[in-house]
Design a protein around this ligand. Structure first.
Ligand code: DQA
Length: 148
């Protein structure tokens, strides 16, 4: 069965309480439950993880190689700063969908730069919590095409 890692970065554990006018009221637990239900209906296996620490996210990306077929990554603010995360993704050669709840391109200019984008197969942003399900569809379609 196709296996996908849904990996969330810093401050996303606070979803639901954190700036709800920007990120909505859905909690990370709600998002993870929705991913599990959606994945089951789509014939996918999903594992969810979250860390506030850059190194732990890098370790999770390394550990995904040979275990998962692809990654949905919301790297939070590390998106805009972490060359180390970019290098980790490039190193494992797994397809990564970059995800953001908010439309980073419609926000402050420092959020327009993404170090994840050049090593991702694509980016989904601005659709709130629904973005995770859109990302599952996008990654599944990509994987189905590449294994066909
Ligand atoms: C975010 C956007 C980032 O700019 C921000 O630092 C986050 C969340 C999003 O999901 O919209 O922490 O990745």
């Amino acid at each position: 069965m196709t296996s996908i890692l849904v990996l969330n970065g810093p401050n996303l554990n606070l979803l639901g309480q954190r700036q709800p006018e920007v990120y909505g009221t859905t909690t990370l637990a709600d998002i993870e439950a929705a991913c599990a239900t959606y994945a089951k209906a789509s014939g996918l296996s999903v594992t969810c993880a979250q860390s506030n620490h850059e190194g732990a996210l890098i370790d999770a990306i390394h550990a995904a190689k040979g275990v998962h077929d692809g990654i949905i990554l919301n790297a939070g603010a590390y998106t805009h700063s972490s060359i180390a995360l970019m290098d980790a993704i490039a190193s494992v050669e797994l397809p990564v969908v970059e995800l953001h709840l908010s439309n980073i391109h419609a926000r402050e200019s420092f959020r327009h730069k993404s170090y994840i984008a050049p090593v991702a197969i694509g980016q989904i942003c601005g659709f709130g919590a629904d973005g995770y399900l859109l990302a599952l569809d996008a990654l599944k379609a990509h994987l189905d095409r590449s294994t066909a």
